[in-house]
Design a protein around this ligand. Structure first.
Ligand code: HEC
Length: 330
């Protein structure tokens, strides 16, 4: 739930030291879009459509319990900024920001990284201290759910190319720390499980209930990994669940939804504590995770009941402005 808003705050402080608090507030408002994703959609895009709908995910049924676990890990990781490092993570970008539900993103435009909407230069030095090639060469964001033959990197089950590519993507292009082994295997399993035959042409409406279900799945996956003794993997999963809660939190920003936000933040704080417990090898995390899941179900129902007043509602979202941020958001 880290909003990473220090530049905004830093600027607000400078302005405040010059004089009026009112001016500081104005600066804060002018620089913070209501949703982080507004930082990476093209200015001409209708945010009320682009940020309340998404293409369907097209993932086939896993064949074995082990594959099912890896696909869950990959699915969670795919939606979590912490796996990417540096500028991308600071801005809140995850794989899913570019490959929405594994597909492309025709509206993606990140200043300094994109050319035309729907493109990105993943060798851009903005994201990478390793690979920045000094050449501005944005490429169309590929649809990972599209025909495999149209993709460049082999996804054959026994070919390690995909794992190698993803490792390079995370550690070199996005400057992230090397992820725990299960996370890399999971991402590869998730990408391999995408099947064009299962991609419906229609898009889906984003719902808080589905995102709470995502968080629930991820916490269940954390419990499984913890039971297998994979604490680093379990910790990444808890970070993923917290990121999902953060995505919901920013959409429940209206003052009259403050009570729900408090509950979301409590749920987040509990996961943060559980992650510390896991890191420290303290016992009792599994029953605590089960209790968290039970409580989160009640929260999901209350969030859903208040969703029309949140920024999941296109009408509410269109009342907010898509304000442009400076090119370098960190
Ligand atoms: C800033 C946008 C962006 C982000 C974030 C991003 N990608 Fe990509 N991805 C791209 C672009 C653009 C390409 C095409 C690069 C090229 O053609 O050279 C690509 C290529 C790929 C490919 C290869 C497709 C092929 O042709 O075989 C895979 C797999 C992939 N990305 C997975 C991921 C995963 C997993 C993550 C998160 C760890 C991720 N991407 C994050 C933009 C992004």
């Amino acid at each position: 739930m880290d909003r990473r808003r220090w530049p905004t705050r830093a600027l607000a402080l400078v302005v405040a030291s010059l004089g009026t608090l009112a001016a500081a507030r104005a600066a804060d408002v002018a620089l913070s879009p209501p949703l982080r994703a507004m930082r990476w959609i093209a200015p001409a895009t209708n945010a009320a459509v682009a940020l309340t709908r998404a293409p369907h995910e097209c993932v086939r049924e896993p064949k074995t319990p082990n594959e099912a676990l890896l696909v869950e890990v990959g699915r969670a990781t795919f939606r979590t900024p912490v796996v990417l490092g540096g500028q991308a993570a600071r801005a809140g970008l995850s794989c899913d920001s570019c490959h929405r539900n594994g597909r492309g993103n025709p509206d993606f435009r990140f200043p300094g990284v994109s050319g035309a909407p729907g493109t990105a230069d993943v060798t851009s030095s903005l994201f990478s201290s390793h690979r920045g090639n000094g050449v501005d060469d944005p490429k169309p964001i590929p649809d990972l759910g599209g025909p495999k033959a149209a993709l460049k990197v082999s996804q054959a089950p026994d070919d390690p190319d995909l794992e190698r590519f993803l490792h390079g993507l995370i550690t070199e292009e996005f400057d992230g720390p090397a992820p725990p082994p299960v996370v890399l295997k999971g991402l590869a399993a998730y990408v391999r499980a995408m099947d064009p035959a299962l991609c419906p042409a229609t898009s889906q409406t984003l719902r808080s209930r589905d995102w709470m279900a995502d968080a629930d799945r991820v916490v269940a996956t954390a419990a499984t990994l913890a039971a297998q003794g994979d604490q680093p993997g379990a910790v990444v999963m808890l970070q993923a669940a917290r990121a999902r809660l953060g995505d919901i939190d920013e959409r429940f920003a209206a003052p009259d939804l403050a009570q729900l936000r408090t509950r979301l933040r409590d749920a987040d704080a509990r996961l943060a504590t559980l992650a510390q417990d896991l890191r420290a090898g303290r016992p009792g995390t599994r029953p605590a995770l089960a209790i968290w899941r039970r409580d989160a179900r009640a929260l999901a129902a209350d969030l859903a009941a208040h969703e029309p007043r949140s920024l999941f509602n296109p009408a509410r979202l269109s009342q907010t402005k898509n304000r442009r941020l400076p090119a370098n958001p960190s």
